[in-house]
Structures are given as C-alpha cells and as structure tokens.
Design a protein around this ligand. Structure first.
Ligand code: BGC
Length: 504
C-alpha cells in the first residue's frame, strides 16, 4: 500500500519535471549587473540620438480633447474631492494647475534651455490633434495652436535640437467620439479621413524638420486602458480580445495612412523620414517559476500586448493571440521603418489553474523584500531592457529607438531614477554590443507632468515642477547623471557621482 503511494507520487513528480522542462515558457530571473560591469567604461554609438520625451496632453493646456472632458468630470475645485472621479486626486490642486498642467506653453523657452543644458540632441513630443482641430470639419486649424507649435519648432532649431514628432499620444478631439452612423472614435467610417487631415497639416507645415516620426504611442496601452479596463477615454469595458479587434484594426489603418502621407511628403522634400509606432513593453515574468501555467501565460501576454500590433504591421495581417482572427489590412504591410520601444520594468503573471483566462498581472512581488520598485509600485528590472531590445532586433531586423524609459521618483535626490539611468543605459549598450541596432534613447520625461488617470501625483521628470509656486522648475540629481552619460558614457566617475541606495 505504502509502496503504491510512493510510486504514484514519484510518477507524478517525474511527469511534472518532464513537463516543466519540455513546456518551457518564460522564466523569472534575478540577474543584475555587478559594480564591476557598471564601472567599466561604457560608450554609445557616435550618431546616437539622446533625448527626452513628453506628450501634449500631459504638458499643455487643452480644452477640446477627450481627456479635457474627463478632467472636467474629475475636478470640482481645490479641496473638493469628486466621488468616483476617473482621475485621481485632482482636488489637491488649484485651478491654474488643472488648466495649465506644467505651464510649458508659457515656459517654452525655459524648457528648451533645460534640454540644451542637458546636452540632448533630440526631443520627442506630440502635437495635439484637438488643439489644431478643436471642432470637426474646420477648414483651417486653430491659429493660436499653430503659432505655439511654430514657436516650439523654431526654439528647437535655434538650439540645434532635432524634433521627433508623435501624432497620437492617447488623446483625441472630443468631437471625434461623438457617434457617427452608430460608431464613434477610431471605429467611425470616416476616422482615417479625419486623422489624415490632421496628419497632412502637421507634415506639410513642420515635416521638413522631422526625421523620426511616431504615428501611434503605445496602441495596446491605449486599447487596454480605454476599451477594456475603462480608465482612459472612452472609458469602455469590453469583455475580451475579440471585442477590441475593431479598434486595433482601425488604429492600424490610421497608422498606414499616416505612414503614406509622411513618406510621400519626405520623397517630395528629398529627405529621409523614419516612421514607426512605439510599444509599451515590460518583461512579462511568471510570478512562480514552478507554475507552468504562469510561464505559458506570461509568454502569451507578451505576444498579445507587445508583438501582435507590430507583427501585423510587418506582415500586413492582424492575428490576435488567443483568437482565430486573421485579418488582412490593405496598405499596411511593412509600413514601419523602425521599432519603437518604451520600457518600464517588470510585470508578473499569476495564473489561476481553475480559470486560466482569469490571471493576475502584478506590478511587483510583495513577497520579494529585495525588489526595487518605484512610487507607483512598478518593479525595476534593468536586464529586461536588454532582453526586449534583442527580441525586437531578432524579430524584425529593423533599427530600434527607445522612445521612453523612466520612473516615478519625486525626491530632488532621486536615487531610483539615478540608478535607472545608469543600469538601463548599461543594458542598452549591452544590447547594442550583442547586435541590436539601437539608434536613440529618449528619457521619460523632461519635466514632471500630468500622468493620465494618476493625476499629478506621480513624478517622472528629470526636472521637478513646483506646481503651486508658479510652476517653478527644479533640476533633480538625475539631470546631472544623464547629462554626464550623454557627454561621455557610463564610467566609474558617473557611478561615483550617483546615490548608491539602489546601485550594486
Ligand atoms: C506613456 C506616457 C506615460 C508614461 C509613464 C507611457 O505609458 O506613453 O504618456 O506618462 O508611460 O506612465
């Protein structure tokens, strides 16, 4: 009797072990660079683009965007919390903060001077569709908005900073979401037509100055947050991948149209323009290495969240993981000249064996007391930067731009951000050494700004903003670290000048 039990247990263990090895899936690692590896001099390619990144809705006053409507719903004056407000904690702030966000519009010259001092040669920003076309069917865009962007391009040019433009960064005109023929937003039959009108204007007016274009920022974050989780406009809660397919398809169509407009214009101007989208990436790791299902689902989620969209652009066919959708999209195939990567650390996948579709995504592991996490609870994981860059390189054999990387850390002595710059850029250098054609790094962000549903609490800037003190700019310690890395790479000197709290 006892022997039978033992035999069965052994049998289960052996089968389990075989399955674990053969099924594979993703694994959770814990490797970090050593002090020695970080202090060995690390340099970057000669023509590397060094930049900072921002987005219009997060910096500029907006009035006619879908987000502006959401802000209005979430704000009833300082000290007056709104019950169930879609955006967190806006009641902490006075009206000018809500309206002017960072006051970038009036402090444009100061902000460009900061970039100059930082030593970047490029600046990624977005142009607000809703500011240029606050009403539908306007024949000409709003003159004041045009003037503002004219000034921005002129200021950048004066300072020898190359503009890199994003066309859709999460916000759109509110009118675009009014129903037309029973459809709204990107799913309207005339969506591409409206978006193209905006893109054409931008390309005609400012295109001569732009070599790196991003048509869509993080389409999958936009879709998950806006159409499944319901925390971004249009605040929908669709049940599954099949129900978001029409939005993916619509965004792919919008991308293809923008790609063509930009490339046609660049050919006319006899200039080179590189066009792509940028993806929000994380290292998707199993919460428990021993759980086969965690490992398998982590791989599936990575495919769905990071690669489905760029795969579709590469092949011209939208295949959505876990569905049998296979939709050919005319004019889409190979409309990307580079892969855009935004990297923000690690997510853990914890599955539920009784209900495999109901898995948890954790932004850190509570049980791991050594884990470094930021002020939003996001797990720091430098080596994941290298992994994702090498994965992108081997999938597509295209140039790569890191269009965002950064963290939420408010202190002026921002130990976490200092560490992030050093360790993540060291991993970028490693990926380049291993063959990834990485052409640039844009830190998110230049200044603190409006962090979407998180409101103004999360601080991502190399430069802090004192919101209630005339939006005063104050450089954080990481500003100098980044500046030194841009000047001469990573070295013992850079390492020694940084706070050591999170460095090896
Ligand atoms: C977005 C930014 C955002 C940043 C930090 C990215 O997902 O593109 O707009 O502020 O992450 O959350």
């Amino acid at each position: 009797m006892f022997n039978r039990k033992l035999q069965t247990t052994l049998f289960i263990l052996v089968v389990g072990a075989i399955l674990l090895v053969s099924v594979g899936g993703k694994r959770r690692g814990s490797k970090r660079l050593t002090t020695q590896e970080i202090t060995a001099t690390i340099t970057f390619p000669k023509n590397f683009l060094w930049g900072t990144a921002t987005a219009a809705e997060q910096l500029e006053p907006t009035d006619a965007s879908d987000w502006a409507s959401l802000v209005r719903k979430s704000y009833a004056g300082k000290g007056n919390p709104v019950a169930n407000a879609p955006i967190k904690n806006l009641h902490k702030w006075s009206k000018p903060v809500i309206q002017y966000k960072t006051d970038h519009e009036r402090k444009l010259a100061t902000d460009v001077a900061l970039m100059k001092e930082l030593g970047v040669n490029s600046y990624r920003f977005s142009i607000a569709w809703d500011r240029l076309f606050p009403r539908s069917n306007m024949a000409l865009p709003d003159a004041t908005a045009v003037q503002f962007y004219d000034k921005l391009f002129a200021e950048l040019k004066k300072n020898n900073i190359e503009p890199s433009v994003t066309l859709f960064h999460f916000s759109a005109p509110a009118w675009f979401f009014e129903a037309k023929d029973g459809k709204k937003g990107w799913e309207r039959n005339d969506a591409v037509e409206h978006f193209s009108r905006f893109v054409k204007f931008v390309v005609d007016r400012w295109g001569k100055n732009v070599h790196v274009w991003c048509t869509l920022n993080e389409p999958m974050v936009y879709i998950y947050s806006g159409y499944m989780q319901g925390i971004f406009p249009p605040l929908e809660k669709r049940p599954n991948e099949v129900s978001i397919a029409p939005v993916m398809e619509a965004l792919l169509n919008a991308h293809a149209a923008a790609y063509k407009i930009i490339k046609d214009r660049a050919a006319k101007n006899k200039m080179q323009a590189l066009v792509g989208v940028t993806q929000h990436t994380r290292e998707f790791a199993p919460y428990r290495n021993y759980a086969i299902l965690d490992r398998i689902i982590a791989g599936k989620v990575e495919q769905a969240f990071i690669w489905d969209f760029t795969d579709a652009i590469q092949t011209g066919v939208l295949n959505i993981t876990n569905t049998d959708i296979a939709k050919t999209i005319p004019g889409l195939k190979r409309t990307q000249d580079y892969i855009g990567i935004n990297y923000y650390g690690r997510f853990y996948i914890k599955s539920n064996i009784f209900n495999p579709t109901k898995f948890e995504v954790k932004n850190h592991d509570k049980a791991d007391t050594n884990e470094i996490k930021n002020e939003l609870g996001w797990a720091d994981y430098p080596i994941g930067m290298k992994t994702i860059l090498l994965a992108a390189a081997s999938r597509y054999a295209l140039p790569i731009y890191i269009l965002e990387s950064g963290t939420a850390n408010a202190d002026l002595n921002d130990k976490l951000r200092q560490q992030l710059l050093i360790t993540h850029l060291a991993e970028v250098a490693n990926a380049i050494k291993d063959g990834a054609d990485v052409r640039g790094y844009f830190h998110w962000s230049l200044i603190d700004n409006f962090e979407w549903a998180e409101g103004f609490d999360a601080r991502f800037g190399l430069v802090a903003i004192d919101y209630e003190n005339n939006f005063l700019r104050k450089k954080r310690k990481s500003f100098d670290i980044y500046k030194n890395i841009i000047q001469s790479g990573i070295s013992a000197a850079v390492y020694n000048s940084a706070a050591k709290a999170y460095l090896p």
